[in-house]
Design a protein around this ligand. Structure first.
Ligand code: 13P
Length: 244
């Protein structure tokens, strides 16, 4: 169960969140609990989760370890600050910052090389769903962003299915819609990496997950977790999602 904080919260707000949130998920052993704050708040978040079972992730990374790349952050830097996870290929990165399937693959490889567990995002836009192209979009994203990994590398990856039209809109995919996409993604994994790996791969759903819809989403056999934006910003709300 992962929270993507996007461009929200100061360091003080980050610390205040964890003071309230940590006790609420202390016993949530059914799930890995991950929060991905902004880069500048990673140190505050890592300090705040010491001694808890909450893990911290970045929201992006660049694929070089260091160099003249103004404004970028590398995998080894995330690792050194105490992050264990990193989101790769979020639709907002694809939409506003030129992310492509090819750069998703480069970032995923860099994350793995740095010892980070990538949460790789895929998902169709509204017009792609409405024109009946959801599966071909997912296949293209999988083939370009993930199929180039070795089986050992892929074993470290979690996939997040985030239909773009459901992000921040309050429009959740129906559990059946999400389940269909998740099943299809698992079939892609099975075809490339085998059924055993497919059964083990964690596929998270993201897009307007809230305390009142998480249960029906998580009831779908192919939905293994959630990547939560807005509802992860508040401790009671995100803890009720984690503890659905
Ligand atoms: P919302 O939960 O705010 O729709 O955001 C989903 C998301 O983009 C998580 O990465």
């Amino acid at each position: 169960m992962a929270g993507n904080w996007k461009m929200y919260k100061t360091a003080a707000e980050t610390t205040a969140f964890f003071v309230k949130f940590a006790p609420l998920v202390e016993k949530s052993e059914h799930a890995d609990v991950v929060i991905c704050p902004t880069f500048v708040n990673l140190p505050a978040a890592v300090a705040a989760v010491q001694g808890t079972r909450i893990e911290i992730g970045g929201q992006n990374l660049y694929w070089k370890n260091e160099g003249a790349f103004t404004g970028e952050i590398s995998g080894p830097m995330l690792k050194a600050v105490g992050a264990q996870w990193v989101i790769v290929g979020h639709s907002e990165r694809r939409q506003y910052f030129g992310e492509t399937d090819a750069t998703v693959l480069q970032r995923t490889l860099a994350a793995l090389a740095a010892g980070l567990k990538p949460i790789v995002c895929v998902g169709e836009r509204l017009e792609e769903r409405e024109s009946g192209n959801t599966e071909s979009v997912l296949k293209t994203q999988f083939d370009g962003g993930l199929a180039g990994l070795s089986p050992e590398q892929f074993a470290q990856v979690a996939i997040a299915y985030e239909p773009v039209w459901a992000i921040g809109t309050g429009k959740t995919a129906t559990p059946e819609m999400a389940a269909g996409a998740h099943r299809f993604i698992r079939e892609l994994v099975a075809a490339k990496f085998g059924t055993e790996q497919a059964a083990k791969t964690r596929i998270l759903y993201g897009g307007s997950v809230k305390p009142d819809n998480v249960r029906s989403l998580m009831a779908q056999p192919d939905i293994d977790g959630a990547l939560v934006g807005g509802a992860s910003l508040e401790a009671v709300s995100f803890s009720s999602i984690v503890n659905f």
